[in-house]
Design a protein around this ligand. Sequence first.
Ligand SMILES: Nc1ncnc2c1ncn2[C@@H]1O[C@H](COP(=O)(O)OP(=O)(O)OP(=O)(O)O)[C@@H](O)[C@H]1O
Ligand SMILES: NC(=O)c1ccc[n+]([C@@H]2O[C@H](COP(=O)(O)O)[C@@H](O)[C@H]2O)c1
Length: 117
Amino acid sequence: MIRESLLEENIDLSSIYLIPVPDILMNNVWVSHVRSFSPNFDIVFARNPLVIRLFKEAGFEILIPPPYDREKYNSTLIRRLIIENSDEWKKLVPQKVAEYILKIRGDERLKAIAGIY
Ligand SMILES: Nc1ncnc2c1ncn2[C@@H]1O[C@H](COP(=O)(O)OP(=O)(O)OP(=O)(O)O)[C@@H](O)[C@H]1O
Ligand SMILES: NC(=O)c1ccc[n+]([C@@H]2O[C@H](COP(=O)(O)O)[C@@H](O)[C@H]2O)c1
């Protein structure tokens, strides 16, 4: 759904890699863990203070994107709206993301996990 959202915005995907990186609960090897999954990189875009610290200590240049109405655009709120059956969540994600979540019945799965039905 990230790929589809980028395509919807006419962003060229030819030089973009989307790489899932599993969590490990070991901060001292987080940087090398991320590097082991990705092609070489020089700049890290991050907002998470721990991530910023770990990559800065490893000598990377860090760029911090500004928050975009963080009170509204955050996954906790979006998941809560889905669970509460409010269609408002669809306005908070790209259209392709909303379509994908509905296609895989992500809304129903979320409610089931939350014990709604
Ligand atoms: N509205 C936003 N503006 C700018 N950066 C954001 C915004 N929402 C999330 N991010 C950034 O995206 C990354 C992923 O954040 P995170 O997983 O905490 O998102 P979240 O939507 O707050 O998730 P959750 O509510 O599940 O904790 C972080 O670096 C975070 O700072
Ligand atoms: N030691 C670790 O396992 C470790 C350290 C730092 C960040 N992380 C993970 O990296 C992600 C941070 O992502 P953002 O930079 O997009 O906020 C989170 O999923 C977080 O759990 C894991």
